[in-house]
Design a protein around this ligand. Structure first.
Ligand SMILES: O=C(CO)[C@H](O)[C@H](O)COP(=O)(O)O
Ligand SMILES: [Fe+2]
Length: 219
């Protein structure tokens, strides 16, 4: 990875699943830094997406970082399976973890980077006691479960709060933001202190996805 601290992670949720191989080839050619892989269980969120077999195939088709966003209950039951499938970063939801500290240690113990995602209603300060243990805070800027929703403006304040908290505790976690990101709001999201932008519909509904990825990255 080149030496920069702003990244783009296209979400394959919005890709054409019939042409998944071609979509991954396009991302490999592009300036995308990570591939964002949204796993939904129909319980934690009211939608079901894809799971382990699909991620294993994607892993074989790319050398880029596989950034797995688990929108599932009891993520600790599957952490090892996601490691085997090829996840580099495994992000669990704060709201889905009764024993968050234990879950983070499990993920890191398996050799993955550990992320924690916050739903729009969950305050950033709830991560204070684990901020030095995690590699990534994922701020959800839509309610998880679906692509193509509108960015919730309050998320900008949460990004600033997360940046302050990271500075205060001298932590190393990256701030990733997910949901409703487009060319018009990407600059403000980076300015608020985000490091990683996830983008699904903006990339895959674009006429030139590779150019859109570059534009987001340089926003
Ligand atoms: O986690 C997600 C949904 O729960 C997706 O990563 C996110 O919605 C990306 O899609 P879009 O950019 O279209 O909003
Ligand atoms: Fe996501």
């Amino acid at each position: 990875m080149e030496n920069r601290n702003t990244f783009v992670a296209p979400s394959l949720l919005a890709s054409n699943f019939l042409e998944l191989g071609k979509e991954v080839d396009m991302l490999n050619r592009s300036e995308a830094d990570w591939l964002h892989l949204d796993v939904m269980d129909g319980r934690f969120v009211p939608n079901i997406s894809f799971g382990l077999p699909v991620i294993s195939q994607i892993r074989k088709a790319t050398t880029k970082t596989c950034d797995v966003h688990l929108m599932i209950e009891e993520p600790e039951k599957y952490a090892e399976d996601f490691k085997k499938a090829g996840a580099d970063i495994l992000t669990v939801h704060y709201e889905a973890c009764t024993h968050l500290h234990r879950n983070i240690q499990q993920i890191k113990g398996l050799g993955m980077k550990a992320g924690v995602a916050l739903n729009p209603h969950t305050p950033v300060h709830l991560l204070e006691n684990v901020i030095n243990d995690i590699d990534l805070i994922l701020i959800m800027s839509v309610n998880p479960g679906f692509g193509g929703q509108h960015f919730i403006p309050k998320s900008l304040e949460k990004i600033r709060q997360a940046r302050e908290m990271i500075n205060h505790y001298k932590a190393h976690a990256l701030i990733e933001v997910d949901g409703g990101i487009n060319i018009d709001n990407a600059g403000d999201i980076f300015k608020a202190g985000a490091n990683v932008l996830v983008a699904g519909s903006t990339v895959f509904s674009s006429k030139d996805p590779e150019a859109t990825i570059s534009a987001l990255r340089n926003a």
